[in-house]
Design a binder for this molecule. Structure first.
Ligand code: TYM
Length: 333
């Protein structure tokens, strides 16, 4: 039986953090066993914020090493760099003709980014979801493992895929569905600064590559409060976030222990943070070691990227050929 197709990518804008790992990468590692997976580094998407060439190069290398260090296996999954597959940008051009200004302007992440950086509201930012749709549908993906923050972008990908099918009276593109690690809701890994999600641009990331000492410092600095004074009271957001992170990295009985202590108003946040820091370090330290090793082997990384690009291009070219035929941009003379 043919394996269902999976596509996902990460922008090379910094070290991978726990949000990237638990929102996306751990699903990649799981899915490669039984799906036909395409995992890439979204270097074109990262151009919206104008990195220097050196930063861009370093970022691509870093994420590639991190993919491999996390256990994505080039023998099982196709690992590639987005800009090595120019067919994607060709499909992006076609999709742009049927993507409307109003719907692009209404996208939450566009509005947010435009508000944060009013001096850099470029067309690439506006059409970001179109490029993302092209990434996904060029391989006819059925599943896309991503975190909650990508939900709307994925919805747009379904919209553009469906619109193309209707417009050209075909069923070329499956409508890509989100995939979550445990089959539950899409997740948002929180930061430890009181509210919101962990993010590269939020400045609250705990990185896989990070030195254990630094991780301990960051966790010990996490925002807490004076502690509950009424038994079984609900947790305010900063405390809930601490528990959410603990549920992700620690054993369930440890979480339960602190949960019960909280309910009895006996919680000691210092102890909880120490435990959380150790559990994070236990998880990240072996990955960090592997990243350091892989970064030394540029030849290996180049080989992985080259083989991945060839496989991804083969799949992309096949789809693009069909697209061109349907649209009519195929020479008949
Ligand atoms: P990016 O680079 O911002 O994030 C990469 C992945 O990490 C997930 N993620 C999180 N998940 C849970 N909690 C968090 N705090 C958290 N922070 C980040 C993201 O949901 C994502 O899965 N637009 C994409 C890149 C992209 C893409 C694609 C993804 C380009 N084309 C095609 C899938 C398919 C992005 O900026 O991800």
């Amino acid at each position: 039986m043919k394996r269902p197709i999976v596509v996902s990518g990460i922008r090379p804008t910094g070290y991978l953090h726990l949000g990237n790992y638990f929102g996306a990468v751990r699903s990649f590692v799981k899915m490669q066993e039984s799906y036909n997976c395409y995992f890439f580094i979204a270097d074109l998407h990262s151009l919206t914020t104008h990195p220097t060439p050196d930063n861009l190069q370093a970022g691509v290398k870093q994420v590639l090493s991190e993919y491999l260090a996390c256990g994505i296996d080039p023998e099982k999954a196709t690992i590639f760099i987005q800009s090595d597959v120019p067919e994607v940008t060709e499909l992006y051009t076609f999709l742009n003709m049927n993507a409307y200004l109003g719907e692009l302007e209404r996208t939450t992440s566009f509005k947010e980014k435009a508000r944060q950086n009013p001096e850099n509201v470029n067309a690439g930012l506006l059409t970001y979801p179109v490029l993302m749709a092209a990434d996904i549908i060029i391989h006819k993906a059925q599943f896309v493992p991503v975190g909650k923050d990508q939900e709307q972008n994925l919805e747009m990908a379904r919209k553009f895929a469906g619109r193309f099918n209707r417009m050209y009276n075909c069923e070329l593109f499956p409508l890509p569905q989100p995939f979550t690690f445990d089959g539950g809701d899409m997740i948002k890994v929180p930061g430890l600064d009181g509210s919101g999600k962990m993010g590269k641009s939020e400045g609250n990331g705990i990185f896989l590559y990070e030195d254990p000492k630094e991780i301990r410092k960051k966790v010990m600095r996490a925002v807490t409060d004076a502690g509950p004074t009424i038994m079984n009271s609900p947790k305010p957001e900063p405390i809930e976030n601490l528990f959410t992170l603990m549920k992700i990295v620690s054993d369930p009985d440890i979480v339960q222990k602190f949960d019960e202590a909280y309910a009895r108003c006996e919680i000691r946040y210092g102890d909880m943070k120490k435990q959380l820091a150790e559990d994070i370090v236990n998880f990240t330290a072996p990955i960090r070691e592997r990243i350091l090793d892989i970064l030394k082997d540029e030849e290996y990384m180049a080989r992985v990227a080259k083989t991945g690009a060839e496989k991804a291009r083969e799949s992309a070219q096949a789809t693009l050929k069909e697209v061109k035929q349907l649209i009519g941009v195929k020479r008949l003379f």
